[in-house]
Design a protein around this ligand. Structure first.
Ligand code: SF4
Ligand code: SF4
Length: 265
């Protein structure tokens, strides 16, 4: 497979087709296809914050160790924002660290982009609409019909909405929604508006390194600097997903001065 960014669905050698929730496609991937696992090699998979929470918990690692062992940081095109991709193994095929001959060893907790394929998540890279387009809240997707993928020769038909349910992406998208919004918002800024290095560090911390973000919130002066009610403090201490969503709101306030995050007087 050509080196492509599975998060954006924008491969160099193919022309992705724009899809809405009711568009149909024929596809099925299973162990019987001759290309099985070939798409888990030589590919750039950008991880969302919730992907990292699922994977690091599955592997029993703190977030900083997961990031160090399994990811490569880089900047997302046209956003000036740090993202992390799954690291390739150092083999000839640049295999994903989680692929084996009989499939993915983290399948139940596989990243959002792996769930979506053969759809690309369009929201982050193509939110801007052209003349006559409508940019509704359902977002839109790209269908990527790659010639090497034998899944397109199978018989099963799906709508985009059915595929999303089957692959369990709704919960991922729901949890990541405010983070996605941050990226889209930054992407819409003129390129000369740059974030400070400190702002990028905070974005990385709250987006990807949840265990150190928890320490930052509860073991620094953070809680004395913002109006955070006791119920919220208790909730985010106990619930990692709530902490993640809280982090997205905080990032929105420090990066864009938006939302209801209030500093103490
Ligand atoms: S059928 Fe497509 S998605 Fe399935 S393993 Fe082959 S290339 Fe990957
Ligand atoms: S995480 Fe699993 S599904 Fe995704 S590329 Fe790696 S092995 Fe394949």
């Amino acid at each position: 497979m050509s080196d492509e960014n599975r998060f954006s669905g924008a491969a160099a050698s193919i022309s992705p087709v724009r899809f809405g929730l009711n568009n149909k496609f024929v596809f099925e991937c299973h162990k019987g296809v001759s290309c099985f696992t070939s798409c888990c090699r030589g590919i750039n998979i950008i991880l969302t914050p919730y992907d990292i929470v699922r994977l690091k918990n599955r592997l029993g690692l703190p977030s900083d160790q997961f990031l160090a062992i399994y990811t490569d940081p880089h900047m997302l095109d046209k956003t000036d924002l740090p993202v992390v991709s799954l690291k390739h193994l150092d083999d000839e095929l640049q295999s994903c660290a989680f692929v084996r001959d009989d499939g993915c060893i983290v399948y139940e907790d596989r990243p959002t982009a792996c769930r979506y394929y053969p759809l690309g998540v369009a929201t982050l890279t193509h939110r801007e609409t052209g003349p006559g387009d409508t940019d509704d809240d359902e977002g839109f997707f790209f269908f990527i019909n790659e010639p090497h993928c034998k899944g397109f020769e199978e018989k099963k038909e799906w709508t985009v909405a059915e595929w999303r349910v089957d692959q369990g992406v709704d919960i991922h998208d729901e949890i990541n929604a405010e983070w996605t919004d941050l990226v889209v918002r930054k992407r819409s800024f003129p390129p000369n508006i740059r974030l400070t290095e400190q702002a990028k560090k905070m974005f990385f911390l709250a987006s990807y390194d949840i265990d150190n973000f928890r320490r930052f919130v509860f073991e620094s002066s953070f809680l004395s600097r913002y109006k955070i009610d006791d119920k919220t403090a208790e909730l985010i201490q106990e619930n990692e997903v709530e902490l993640l969503k809280f982090g997205f709101k905080w990032l929105k306030s420090i990066l864009f001065k938006k939302g209801d995050f209030q500093p103490k007087e």
